[in-house]
Write a protein that binds this ligand. Structure first.
Ligand SMILES: NC(=O)c1ccc[n+]([C@@H]2O[C@H](COP(=O)([O-])OP(=O)(O)OC[C@H]3O[C@@H](n4cnc5c(N)ncnc54)[C@H](OP(=O)(O)O)[C@@H]3O)[C@@H](O)[C@H]2O)c1
Length: 333
């Protein structure tokens, strides 16, 4: 008998939840569209579709439409290929962009704004673009009642597949709050939040961060070439790197020693991406009056690789260019 009142209270609570809370929760769940299914876009969007708590499939659109259709067909209902950019944007509350470069981002944002209603839409840009480009998209979209956050990605495709990338989140804090539930443990291991800070800082951080990464590779390649020239065995250098240099250097050195640095099948970043980022950095450095000799060196080696092996060659192929400069053949094996 004494359990009757509490059962009634429980029932009443469930009813209130069903009437008031559940529909609110349902209607507030955003619909997400993903634009750009290149190497890293595909990896991140698959994780979003697979691991985010979404009510509806992620809408995917790509300039080459077959890619979106292929992905959606293999996604067990967790992705839906949109027939056009306008369709994807007009049905979404949040539109993620993961595009090759500034031109692609500008064209897609202009196309979306021209062909679909975007008032209230949140654009999340995971592409690597010049900081001025991010600001220009944000300004343009703000005039249309939409919001833009800059979310550049640290880490390559292999890390993206394993959800081990780090994502910068820059823009108004309420906009970041809208996207944050779809970041940590869904598509990435960590986020760096730059809420309400100047939007340009996201791009600046991405470029400066990658400058650190590229420079570390440059030094590793030079150290390896020097060791070969002076007769220090590969295994001995490897022992030092494994013991003393944290991060990906030991794996990268093993790739150099194995002669796999120009293997196009690896998931390492292509030289075209390094050249794009170095050109933005050169622009920022030039405008600020900074002189960066290491950046000049990395750029010269990357340009040589691009000339010899084309834009798809991998970043680690600067090793071949450094070998050449030192009288060794570009290819090791
Ligand atoms: N790959 C990495 O390791 C990595 C790491 C961190 C950050 N990022 C950044 O993430 C972004 C995407 O990288 P990704 O490796 O996925 O590049 P990707 O493989 O070259 O793919 C580029 C994507 O952009 C699309 N695209 C290019 N021009 C376009 C245009 N004018 N209009 C519409 N779509 C266009 C391509 O469509 P199509 O398929 O039709 O060509 C493709 O979906 C880049 O900004 C890159 O710098 C990449």
């Amino acid at each position: 008998m004494s359990s009757f009142p509490s059962a009634a209270v429980l029932g009443l609570c469930s009813l209130i939840f069903a009437i008031l809370v559940a529909p609110t929760f349902y209607f507030e769940m955003p619909r997400i569209a993903w634009i750009g299914l290149g190497s890293i876009g595909e990896a991140i969007s698959k994780n979003l579709a697979q691991h985010a708590a979404l009510e509806e499939p992620v809408l995917v659109w790509n300039r080459t439409v077959e890619k979106a259709e292929r992905l959606a067909a293999a996604a067990n209902g967790k992705m839906e290929a949109a027939p056009s950019l306008a369709d994807a944007v007009s049905r979404a509350d949040i539109v993620c962009l993961c595009l090759a470069d500034d031109r692609a981002v500008g064209e897609v944002v202009d196309g979306a704004a021209a062909e679909a209603p975007v008032s209230g839409t949140l654009f999340v840009d995971l592409s690597t673009v010049h900081p001025d480009t991010s600001q220009a998209q944000a300004d343009k979209l703000e005039k249309l009642g939409a919001t833009y956050i800059a979310c550049p990605v640290f880490g390559g495709v292999a890390l993206a597949i394993q959800r081990q990338i780090t994502i910068v989140l820059a823009g108004p804090s309420d906009a970041i709050d809208r996207f944050e539930p779809f970041t940590k443990d869904v598509i990435c291991k960590d986020t760096i939040k730059l809420a309400n800070q100047p939007l340009r800082e996201a791009g600046m951080l991405k470029l400066v961060g990658n400058f650190v990464r590229f420079s570390a590779i440059e030094v590793l390649c030079e150290a390896s070439v020097l060791s070969e020239k002076i007769g220090l065995p590969e295994e001995t250098l490897a022992k030092f790197v494994e013991a003393m240099v944290p991060g990906p250097s030991a794996g990268q050195l093993a790739t150099l020693h194995a002669g796999e640095y120009n293997n196009l099948a690896t998931s390492l970043a292509p030289i075209s991406m390094a050249l794009k980022e170095n050109s933005y950095l050169n622009d920022l450095a030039g405008r600020s009056g900074a002189k960066l000799r290491t950046l000049d060196t990395v750029t010269a080696h990357a340009e040589r690789v691009n000339e010899m092996r084309g834009p798809d060659a991998k970043l680690l192929a600067i090793y071949g260019s450094i070998r050449e400069e030192n009288g060794l053949p570009f290819d090791k094996n």
